[in-house]
Design a protein around this ligand. Structure first.
Ligand SMILES: Cc1ncc(COP(=O)(O)O)c(C=O)c1O
Length: 443
């Protein structure tokens, strides 16, 4: 058996083995680029649901590099389109039209909520969100933006100024006029209320936020439809309808950040926001769009897009390889009915996670939509004291059993799972088995 084919679970000895790649990473990469696990993993190969490290260990990948490998590593249909495009023409810049960009823009028009029509392509979620904020400001002529606490929009000056996590901020806000609304985080309600008796007080509070911390007229309300880095916090029914109503009353448009929640991830729908009865003026996305190839996109209504003044340009934006790859991912999702699969396998996953909660008191909350499901770990279900150490221990144990999962949340106490959209119940069972053993190891 070749090293690359060696099976999981990895032995402790293999995990402790020295990796030249890890050594160089530690020596030559910014220390802030933190890795998961006590002994970081250096990945060398991916195939479908699995990845291999440079010690020969195989893992079931249940995080996809943060919900980004969406239809399986090295998906043959996606890679065929990518390779064909590389061999045809791989760069044009936005100064020239290219067919994959035009075809993708048309396809996005077809699969987004009805008012959205025009796209601007970039290389990351950060740029997609930046573009959306600039577009909202130029369209409305106003400059203030309401965002959510516990949110994450990337690494630019603008995105970092919207950051809802102190842990991810290297500097104070550099861009003025960004105010942070209370997160619709029912498990830890910032207003100490319960849904539905709360009357959506967190959404109602946006009115006072605007009236007390802005000029009273805003450019936009920007929100992730599920707070991803924040720990898969799903806003309650009615939240977006009310929050967007208030934002619009004060002149703002609605930007739905779908960097994590697009492409069928939440089940049945292309976009997470379709689970609420509200239409965004702009959708941003990236991550799972091209199955790991860098791409970002800002999709706006015709009015918003047409109001973008002057000239704009992106060297790599609209790259033909990125766009052809994204189109191929969309075709795979359509052909293989993966939005439905995410709903069905996601419902099974949720049932299995709820069973784990019945068994292990450390699990305080299970939440998510479709194949975007998380577990919030606590030291005590009454006090809800966060338990980040338990997350670390469960991650080490699941890794030992050949399963990769992710983590998140302001306190680092949320296990995040983002299985491939084409996952089966068998994959779910394998991940649940590893999680179960991980929780048992805490006792
Ligand atoms: C919701 C959300 N928006 C924006 C971003 C930034 O994307 P990128 O890392 O591609 O710049 C992220 C990244 O995790 C994200 O989760």
């Amino acid at each position: 058996m070749s090293t690359a084919e060696k099976q999981s679970p990895a032995s402790a000895q293999q995990i402790g083995a020295q990796s030249e790649t890890v050594r160089k990473h530690k020596e030559f990469v910014f220390p802030a680029v933190a890795n998961y696990y006590q002994e970081p993993i250096a990945l060398v190969k991916g195939d479908g649901f699995h990845v291999w490290d440079d010690q020969g260990n195989r893992y079931l990948d249940c995080f996809g590099g943060v919900l980004t490998v969406s239809v399986g590593h090295c998906n043959p249909k996606v890679n065929a389109a990518l390779i064909e495009q590389v061999n045809t023409i791989s760069h044009t810049s936005t100064l020239y039209c290219n067919k994959p960009q035009s075809d993708l823009a048309e396809k996005l028009y077809q699969i987004t909520p009805s008012k959205l029509k025009k796209s601007f392509f970039t290389n990351s979620g950060t740029e997609a969100d930046d573009t959306a904020i600039h577009a909202a400001k130029t369209f409305t002529g106003r400059h203030e933006i309401v965002v959510l606490r516990h949110s994450y929009a990337g690494r630019s000056a603008t995105a970092l100024s919207t950051m809802g996590h102190s842990t991810w901020r290297p500097l104070p806000a550099q861009i003025p006029g960004i105010v942070h609304a209370r997160a619709p985080y029912c498990y830890r309600c910032p207003l100490k209320l319960s849904y539905p008796e709360c009357g959506l007080a967190c959404a109602e509070d946006i009115e006072e936020l605007i009236m007390t911390t802005t000029t009273g007229e805003i450019a936009a309300f920007m929100a992730e439809t599920i707070l991803g880095v924040g720990g898969f916090v799903v806003p309650p029914p009615g939240y977006f309808e009310r929050a967007v109503e208030i934002a619009r009353k004060h002149g703002g448009i609605f930007i739905a950040d779908e960097v994590q929640t697009a492409w069928g991830r939440t089940g049945d729908k292309w976009w997470g926001i379709e689970h609420w009865d509200v239409e965004p003026d702009i959708i941003t996305s990236a991550k799972g769009a091209a199955n790991g190839f860098p791409v970002g996109m800002t999709i706006a209504t015709e009015e918003v897009a047409n109001a973008y003044p002057g000239l704009t340009f992106s060297t790599f934006g609209g790259n033909p390889v990125a766009c052809a790859t994204t189109l191929a991912v969309i075709h795979v999702i359509e052909e293989e009915d993966l939005r439905k699969n995410a709903a069905e396998v996601g419902a099974y996953l949720r049932q299995r996670l709820d069973e784990l909660k019945d068994k292990h008191p450390v699990i305080g909350d299970v939440r998510g939509l479709g194949l975007m499901q998380g577990l919030e770990l606590v030291k005590d279900r009454e006090t809800k004291e966060p338990h980040p150490q338990a997350v670390l221990r469960v991650m080490e144990e699941t890794r030992r059993r050949g399963v990769l999962i992710g983590k998140g949340g302001l306190y680092g106490n949320v296990i995040r799972t983002g299985m491939m959209l084409n996952s089966t119940r068998d994959h779910v069972d394998e991940m649940i088995g590893a999680l179960d053993a991980g929780f048992a190891s805490l006792n």
